[in-house]
Design a protein around this ligand. Structure first.
Ligand code: CAA
Ligand code: FAD
Length: 384
């Protein structure tokens, strides 16, 4: 077993770290405050090849492995989780789903510009539309319908909480075609945002990842060509689950980054701030907090890298991705609360960044499957 990163991995990690420092850090507090989508940051990510990291070069991607993706996600999330969630959705939900299960025609038409993050010089990214007002964790209870009309499907319904909702050009939409078949009647479709009948709903005003644009998306008699269905009739729920297994590695890495970003800030602050005649880092109560933070972060990192390694080696990673996600997100929540505590009153104001990281941490326990859902997946896998 080799815990050393390769030269190539170290280069990717450094590129992501430099990008986070030079491009994400400036203005991150203002983007959070004003809920401003990080368009310039995402455009530059596209130029770096980070919007289609694991896509094969023949489809416009960077041809990197999942380990590289985890390393990049961690570095960017240390500074700006609003930018990293946009990157994560495009990479591991949209591009992965199309590369793995799309037809050749779908890959040429949609995957190639999505992996490049640009089309005709304009931002071109995707979104993944599974959740509904009444179907979140209980994802098989889809109310959105896709009626088979012969040459096309007629799509009707509402999707909720969609990341990249207004900035995406392409939506991967999950909908029910044969309600009598339950999860086996669900399909997945590629839908373009500018098609007639597609409406972008109001933007959500959120606790954290406020730069990310979260919207409901409404479909009213949208005609979806048969050629835009992904996989066989009825494959949609399995498509969503298989795609989410990889997505959860991305969100685990995001949580890892939020935790390690907060830890690095707390560590540096503890060596500067003096109380009772010495740096607070000399007080054992602070030292023990730092020790626990470092230990939990390392454990989260190992789980993320293990899940990524299993994916890169063609193994089943349903269990390891859920373990990484639940552990890293709970670590992120715990570490960020402690990082605010170590900063005292300064931690409670925006200039010191840790309050934002604490707000951003919370979503990692909710999206791409709540912590309870991850425990359902883990227990089913270990008990089967
Ligand atoms: N791979 C392949 N097939 C799978 C699978 C997987 N990983 N997981 C489930 N399936 C199959 C099952 O085998 C079953 O098929 P069969 O009937 O042929 O056996 C079918 O799918 C239904 O599965 P379950 O019976 O397990 O379904 P369930 O109703 O018990 O639900 C669940 C299981 C794990 C709770 C699932 O509904 C789930 O993951 N819910 C959470 C949804 C979620 O993660 N949403 C995220 C939205 S995207 C997002 O959030 C993006 C973002 O924020 C940035
Ligand atoms: P519910 O499913 O109603 O859950 C409520 C509570 O009950 C949770 O604590 C849950 O864990 C618990 N619970 C439910 N069922 C069980 C059970 N069987 N056992 C134990 N506990 C249970 N979705 C997308 O499709 N695409 C996106 O891009 C996307 N982006 C998002 C961005 C943001 C900012 C947010 C907030 C959400 C996003 N989501 C997205 C939706 C997200 O995936 C769901 O919010 C999440 O899956 C939970 O669903 P819910 O909100 O309906 O909660």
């Amino acid at each position: 077993m080799d815990f050393k990163l390769s030269e190539e991995h170290l280069m990717i990690q450094k590129a992501a770290r430099d990008f986070a420092k030079n491009t994400c850090l400036p203005g991150v507090i203002e983007r959070d405050e004003h809920q401003k989508f990080p368009k310039e940051q995402v455009e530059q990510l596209a130029d770096l090849g980070f919007m289609g990291m694991m896509v094969k070069p023949e489809y416009g991607g960077a041809g990197m492995d999942t380990i590289s993706y985890v390393l990049a996600m961690e570095e960017i999330s240390k500074v700006d989780a609003s930018t990293s969630v946009c990157m994560s959705v495009n990479n591991s939900l949209v591009c992965y789903g199309l590369q793995e299960f799309g037809t050749e025609e779908q890959k040429k038409k949609y995957l190639t510009p999505l992996a490049q993050g640009k089309k005709d010089g304009q931002l071109y990214i995707g979104a993944f539309l599974l959740s509904e007002p009444e179907a979140g964790s209980d994802a098989t209870s889809q109310k959105t319908t896709a009626e088979d009309m012969g040459d096309y499907y007629l799509l009707n319904g509402t999707k909720n909480w969609i990341t990249n909702g207004s900035s995406a050009s392409v939506y991967l939409v999950i909908a029910q075609t044969h309600p009598e078949k339950g999860s086996h009647g669900i399909n997945a479709f590629i839908v373009e945002k500018n098609w007639p009948g597609v409406t972008v709903g109001a933007k959500e005003n959120k606790l954290g990842i406020r730069g990310s644009d979260t919207h409901s998306i409404l479909f009213n008699d949208v005609k979806v060509p048969k050629a835009n269905r992904i996989g066989e009739d009825g494959f949609g729920f399995k498509f969503a689950m298989k795609t989410l297994s990889g997505g959860r590695i991305g969100i685990a890495a995001q949580a890892l980054g939020i935790a390690s970003g907060a830890y690095e800030l707390a560590l540096a602050y503890s060596k500067q701030r003096k109380a009772f005649g010495q740096e607070i880092a000399k007080h054992q109560a602070i030292q023990f907090k730092l020790a626990d933070m470092a230990t939990r972060i390392d454990a989260a990192r190992l789980l993320c890298l293990k899940a990524a390694w299993e994916k890169d080696h063609g193994m089943n990673y349903d269990l390891s991705s859920s373990m990484a996600k639940v552990y890293a997100s709970e670590t992120a929540m715990w570490v960020t609360v402690e990082a605010v505590q170590i900063h005292g009153g300064y931690g409670y104001v925006k200039e010191y960044h840790v309050e934002r990281l604490m707000r951003d941490a919370k979503i990692t326990q909710i999206y791409e499957g709540t912590s309870e859902v991850q425990r359902i997946v883990i227990s089913r896998n270990i008990l089967k």
